[in-house]
Ligand binder design. Structure first.
Ligand SMILES: CC(=O)N[C@H]1[C@@H](OP(=O)(O)OP(=O)(O)OC[C@H]2O[C@@H](n3ccc(=O)[nH]c3=O)[C@H](O)[C@@H]2O)O[C@H](CO)[C@@H](O)[C@@H]1O
Ligand SMILES: C=C(OP(=O)(O)O)C(=O)O
Length: 463
């Protein structure tokens, strides 16, 4: 069934197209095998860590995402050379890192942009980074990053929205994080690699992306122990060298496809996976009634059980249930039998998908930061708006199950974190298409023509 694209009234009283949108015809089963991309949140941290060395680094399995392109642009604004000679491979050469301040226009859309603070400070003795952007899912302060750098001897002040850190030479220190912040653990760990002496980070984040960053830094010659536990010890070295490194698979993309399999009652094979990275998500899906098994060492098979049952979820730091999977599981619970309570404990404003899921026929109420999800028999397609990255994935998943047509706008959120999501879903049999408004189609054609005219132009970004 054809539907009209989203329209808004313009000032002149006429209507004009505003946004690309996804159109999903829901209610169909999926089948087949999907290939998982490299982890966004690892890749972004690794790109920042590549600033720690004067030698070149080559990263493999970097996903082709808007966030990666934005991070590439940020690094290039610092005098760093970023090139992509093959799909999903990024060469980063920070020999000429010379600029210690990052432009606000680039930094304000990306939380991970703040990860460059520690490496620039360690390399240049000074860094000026605007407070970061990213998903609007809470206040997202940077006090733990700041206190960590202060414990390493840096002078840090925040004025006019810019964090300025100075240290002629960073010294090892002992830091106890009030909360196991992923970003703060990564900032401190990176800065400590080039500090004089030993740094101990207590109550460190244990997320797989922290381990991946530690492994990458070790491949550069850093001395780091304990990543993946609550205590990380970094012994500073005078300099780091280049390396070639393969990013881990994206555990959040894996979980998103697991949720897609569950809600459409389909059998899907998903790989590559690292089983230890997805324990909480696998356990929850089994509790809800899905069958999940490991085929070989790195492929997961998800298939439907007799019913999908309600289950409570509390988001927690790793190894707990990830906040980045909460929205997608809410979609599945919306059509599961019984009532579930979802408690989002990591970010205070990460339930913005609730009204949009309700628009698709879900029955979800929010009370004191908890979502009470009463399972309904079916969802029905409707126009909805993505409010953040994982909310957009939740709407795609809900759209796959909803009867009729769902249109989703706000796709810039989705494109931050999912590589070729509609192509991957189409290959599994989903009826999903991206539509570009006419004005944008023209812009794309103009851009393609311009690129074709500049033969040999270097894309300068992954994917
Ligand atoms: C680019 C990236 O890797 N993003 C991930 C990273 O974000 P990010 O690194 O921003 O998440 P954190 O682990 O730092 O945040 C967790 C909690 O700690 C609070 N906090 C954090 C830092 C600070 O200085 N002070 C403070 O109070 C935050 O407001 C939040 O409530 O981990 C989150 C938690 O797994 C994920 O949802 C994000 O996808
Ligand atoms: C919240 C996320 O990303 P960011 O921290 O970059 O906003 C996410 O990946 O779900």
């Amino acid at each position: 069934m054809a539907i009209d694209p989203p329209l808004t009234p313009s000032n002149s009283g006429q209507t004009k197209l505003v946004d690309p949108y996804l159109q999903i015809e829901g209610g169909y089963r999926l089948s087949g095998e999907v290939t998982i991309s490299g982890a966004k949140n690892s890749s972004l941290a690794l790109m920042a860590a590549a600033l720690l060395t004067m030698d070149g680094c080559r990263l493999h399995n970097v996903p082709g995402l808007a966030d990666i392109r934005m991070m590439s642009a940020i690094l290039e604004s610092l005098g760093v050379r970023v090139r992509s000679h093959a799909p999903n491979t990024l060469d980063i050469d920070a020999r000429f890192l010379s600029v210690h301040r990052a432009p606000y226009e680039l930094v304000n859309s990306l939380r991970a942009s703040f990860f460059i603070l520690g490496p620039i400070l360690a390399r240049l003795g000074m860094a000026r980074i605007p407070l970061p952007g990213g998903c609007a899912i809470g206040a997202r302060p940077v006090d733990l990053h700041v206190r960590g750098l202060q414990a390493l001897g840096a002078e840090v002040r925040i004025e006019h929205g810019i964090v300025e850190a100075r240290a002629r030479k960073l010294r090892g220190g002992r830091i106890h994080l009030d909360y196991p912040s992923v970003g703060a653990t990564e900032t401190i760990m990176m800065a400590a690699t080039l500090a004089e002496g030993e740094t101990v980070i207590e109550n460190a984040a244990q997320e797989p992306e922290v381990c991946d960053l530690a492994n990458f830094c070790r491949s550069l010659g850093a001395r780091i122990r304990g990543a993946g536990t609550k205590t990380i010890v970094v012994s500073g070295v005078p300099r780091l060298h280049g390396s070639e490194y393969h990013v881990i698979p994206d555990r959040i993309e894996i979980g998103t496809f697991m949720a897609a399999a569950a809600i459409t009652r389909s059998t899907l094979r998903i790989g590559p996976v690292v089983p230890e990275h997805i324990g909480a998500v696998v356990a929850k899906l089994r509790e809800m009634g899905s069958q999940v098994s490991l085929i070989g060492s790195d492929t997961l098979e998800v298939s439907p059980g007799r019913v999908m049952a309600a289950s409570d979820i509390e988001t927690l730091p790793f190894p707990g249930f990830p906040t980045d999977m909460q929205a997608q599981f809410m979609s599945v619970l919306a059509v599961s039998e019984g009532t579930s309570i979802i408690s989002e404990t990591v970010f205070e404003n990460r339930l913005m998908h609730v009204p949009e899921l309700n628009r698709l026929g879900a029955d979800i109420r929010v009370r004191s930061g908890h979502a009470i999800v009463r399972g309904v028999l079916k969802l029905s397609g409707a126009p909805v708006v993505a409010t953040d990255l994982r909310a957009s994935a939740a709407l795609v998943i809900a759209g796959l199950a909803a009867h009729g047509t769902t249109t989703i706008t706000g796709l810039h959120h989705l494109d931050r974190g999912y590589e070729n999501i509609e192509l991957k879903l189409q290959r599994l049999g989903a009826r999903i298409e991206r539509h570009l408004p006419v004005a944008q189609v023209n812009e794309v054609s103009d851009a393609v023509a311009a690129v074709a005219a500049v033969a040999g132009a270097d894309a300068g970004a992954a994917g």
